[in-house]
Every structure is written in structure tokens, then in C-alpha cells.
Design a protein around this ligand. Structure first.
Ligand code: HEC
Ligand code: HEC
Length: 209
């Protein structure tokens, strides 16, 4: 009798747990599936982001990332990782903490729909070909897209701020930047420190479509 009751109890626990997992999964699928037209006009929460990420998500500080033109799924995933404490940053984390799932989705849709400003710095043909050669050698385009504009959960690199790219690449190489599936951490291992500088300046000089 007791044994039977225990079996029933543990079945209930399992059922409750799988129901919770199903709810979380359904929510994620639902929010990611919303149309991007949902973004207009600028969400109220986007006003706070401008202080660091620049007007319409175009950063004016080489150390801070632009959000304009990033894939929606990338922005959504990163905000959730900051909110859940997987990715941490003393400046950024507090702004992700209180966001609800609909707000995260709205912010992702809004910033991905903004046009990325033209790059601040141009390169000489020699600098550009050295950067291009490294990007090809390390297959950056295989994941980040043919013209490095990003796709799905993978960020756009073209036109991103140089200093930010440099710091993140160093972070992946030393495993201090959180990486959802480990792909970028392993991609960064073979890159030399001196190549990181060449790559960061090259990527920052690329413009959009
Ligand atoms: C006080 C400055 C500050 C504010 C305000 C701020 N952020 Fe950030 N954000 C940062 C910094 C710094 C980083 C880079 C953190 C790192 O180096 O890991 C960042 C990173 C991000 C990233 C990841 C970008 C990438 O390319 O990896 C996203 C997405 C983001 N912020 C969205 C937002 C949104 C949306 C808001 C408004 C709700 C916001 N941030 C407000 C400072 C800020
Ligand atoms: C095997 C796939 C893969 C390859 C190859 C790859 N990346 Fe990535 N990269 C990713 C993924 C996935 C992310 C997002 C990681 C995360 O935040 O979870 C990423 C993130 C980044 C970021 C962070 C940008 C941001 O806005 O936060 C930089 C910088 C970057 N990659 C540069 C490069 C460069 C440069 C190369 C080539 C030298 C490269 N990647 C090759 C998959 C790849």
C-alpha cells in the first residue's frame, strides 16, 4: 500500500516537472515566432538602452556594442542569457534583470529592425585584404553568414564596434565570455592574439547590405 502510494507520488512529481518544461519551451517558441512588425513604434523600455547602445541602437562608443541590425533571435537570446545570469556584465546585467518575455521579444524586434550606421573608420586595401584573409582562414562566414551579417542566434560582425569585437574575441579565447553552445569558444582557440586585432579592425570597417 505504502509502496503504491510512493509510486503514485513520484509519478505526480515527474508529471509536474515535464509540464513546467513544456510551458517554458512553449513560451520561448511563441515569443520567438512573433512577427517583427510588432516592434513599431519604439518600445518604452528601449529608451534606457540608448544611453549606452546609442540612438536607435547605433553605438557611438568603440567599447559598447551596436544593436541595430542584429538578428532578432540573437538579441532575444543574449537578453535572456543576461537576465538568467549566464552572461554577466556589471553595466548590462541590471538592465536585463527585470525584463519580461514579451519585453525581451519587443526589444529584439525593435533593434533588429533599425538600420546600422555606416562604419566610422575605413581601411587601406592592404589592411582590408589581411583581415579578409584571416576571416576566410578561420571560416567566420560559415557561421556568421556569407557577408558576416549574422543569422538566427549568431551575431552580425560587419560594422560592429572594433574595441568591443576585440574584447569579446579575447574573452572567447580565454573562456571568460559565456557561450551558449561552445561553438564560438572552440572557433576562437586557433586565433593568435595579433590576428584578433587585425580581425576586429577589419570587421568593424565592413558595412551592411
Ligand atoms: C549602462 C550601460 C548599458 C545599458 C543602459 C544597456 N546596456 Fe546592453 N550592454 C552594455 C554592455 C557594456 C554590453 C557588453 C557586455 C559585455 O561585454 O559582455 C551590453 C551588451 C548587450 C547585448 C549583447 C550585444 C552583443 O553584441 O553581444 C544586448 C543584446 C544588449 N546589451 C541589449 C540591451 C538592451 C535591450 C538594453 C535596454 C533594455 C540595454 N542593453 C541597456 C551596456 C548597457
Ligand atoms: C562554428 C560556428 C562559428 C564560427 C566558425 C565562428 N563563430 Fe563567432 N560566434 C558563433 C556563435 C554561435 C556566437 C554566439 C555565441 C553566444 O553568445 O552564445 C558567436 C559570437 C561571436 C562574437 C560575439 C559578437 C557579439 O556581438 O557579441 C564575435 C566577436 C565572433 N563570434 C567573431 C567570430 C570571428 C571573428 C570568427 C572567425 C575568426 C568566428 N566568430 C567564427 C559561431 C561561430
Amino acid at each position: 500500500m505504502t509502496a503504491k502510494r510512493e509510486v503514485i507520488a513520484s509519478r505526480e512529481v515527474i508529471a509536474k516537472r515535464s509540464a513546467a518544461v513544456a510551458v517554458v519551451t512553449a513560451a520561448a517558441v511563441f515569443y520567438l515566432g512573433m512577427p517583427s512588425a510588432f516592434a513599431q513604434p519604439a518600445p518604452v523600455k528601449a529608451q534606457a538602452c540608448v544611453a549606452c547602445h546609442g540612438p536607435e541602437g547605433n553605438s557611438q562608443n568603440p567599447a559598447l556594442p551596436s544593436l541595430a541590425g542584429q538578428p532578432r533571435q540573437f538579441i532575444v537570446t543574449q537578453l535572456i542569457m543576461f537576465r538568467e545570469g549566464n552572461r554577466k556584465d556589471p553595466q548590462m546585467s541590471p538592465f536585463a534583470m527585470g525584463l519580461t518575455n514579451p519585453e525581451v521579444n519587443e526589444l529584439g524586434a525593435y533593434f533588429s529592425a533599425q538600420k546600422l550606421a555606416p562604419p566610422a573608420k575605413k581601411q587601406t586595401p592592404e589592411q582590408a585584404s589581411a583581415g579578409k584573409r584571416l576571416a576566410e582562414q578561420f571560416n567566420c562566414n560559415v557561421c556568421h553568414g556569407a557577408t558576416l551579417l549574422g543569422q538566427q542566434h549568431i551575431p552580425r560582425l560587419a560594422g560592429q564596434q572594433a574595441e568591443y569585437l576585440r574584447v569579446q574575441l579575447r574573452g572567447f579565447k580565454s573562456s571568460t565570455r559565456f557561450d551558449m553552445d561552445g561553438q564560438m569558444t572552440s572557433a576562437a582557440q586557433a586565433i593568435q592574439a595579433s590576428d584578433i586585432d587585425v580581425l576586429a579592425d577589419y570587421l568593424a570597417s565592413l558595412s551592411g547590405p
